[in-house]
Write a new protein. Sequence first.
Length: 366
Amino acid sequence: MNLQQEQSEDVVALPPGRAAVAFDGMDRPVLTAIPHGEHDESTKGASAAPPLFGSRSRLCGASCRGEPCTLRTMNDAHHRSLEPLHLIWVEAAACAQAMGMAAPAPAAGVRAALTALAARDLECTLVYAAERAVFARDALMRDEVDPADFAERLHAVLSAELLGTEPPPAADRRRHTYANYRFRDVLEVIQRARKAAPDGPHSYPEHEAEWASRGLVLTGTSGADHRLQVRALPGYGPEKVHARIGDVERSGLRDAVAAVTGGMTEEQVRRAFALACGRARGCARWSRRRRHEWRGCAPGRRGPTDEQTRRRSPRRPATPCGGRTGRRGRSRTGRVRRERRDTAGGRPRGSGRRPGQGRPGPLPRT
């Protein structure tokens, strides 16, 4: 805007909140005034309280309900729950609960690291860990189990294992089972009846009322047909065989195992769970019974689609990472180790094998 000398002197002398405004097409500039608003910028009504007015989660304990957590407290708890060994132990407990089994105890190092925290920090860490485990299984359990109820039970079990107390009594462990483990007890009863009377007929009068209360009514007198009826239920199927594990990407389980042992082979997965858990009858047994599902797994590989899973044989289900179980899934490292062991023991490589397998032994001397 072109101004004369006296106009320039007047513009620079305007008090704060006043200005001369002009744009193309105007005959002359316009003098504008804007209220200063100092009364709105006063610190009189400002608050230094945390941004939360209550607890962040329904799992929070009494300390969080009495006084909201600060952002620093929540951020630190979130990162502690992502520690690889802490995460593996929580995942093992969540899988055990989904299968109706007792949760494993943490390893000595995991217990010492968590129990050294203040009560409030420990509560917040377990809340984040339980929520992450349920979030990885939410879509798979929602039709049969309330995720909030599952999370409350898991948080109570984790707290009891760390503090050495008894968890709240559960009326029925099957309450938190889902997918292929929802009617596992029914399949066991059917299997026992078939062994006792292979030719049939098979009936279960002592269980029929309880099964009916759970929405299961079996027809016919053949145990084989009863088993097929159970496996035909909406919540049962080969595509849900890994539902208890959930999404290993969302939970962070795959990254945690790789961080602890450096890979995802059968031996590395087994060692990771053994390092995170204290009782062999808990974590190690879970790992031993489920380790075939991790054969052939590699970081970054996606799991199988439902169509791919249906096309596979039920005797060799797909692994969570897209691999296959059975002999094909065994790692090359294990085969090389066994061959070296045979050679070191004095036995020629290939000896003791069936014809046509491996390398032939040495020719006999003539």
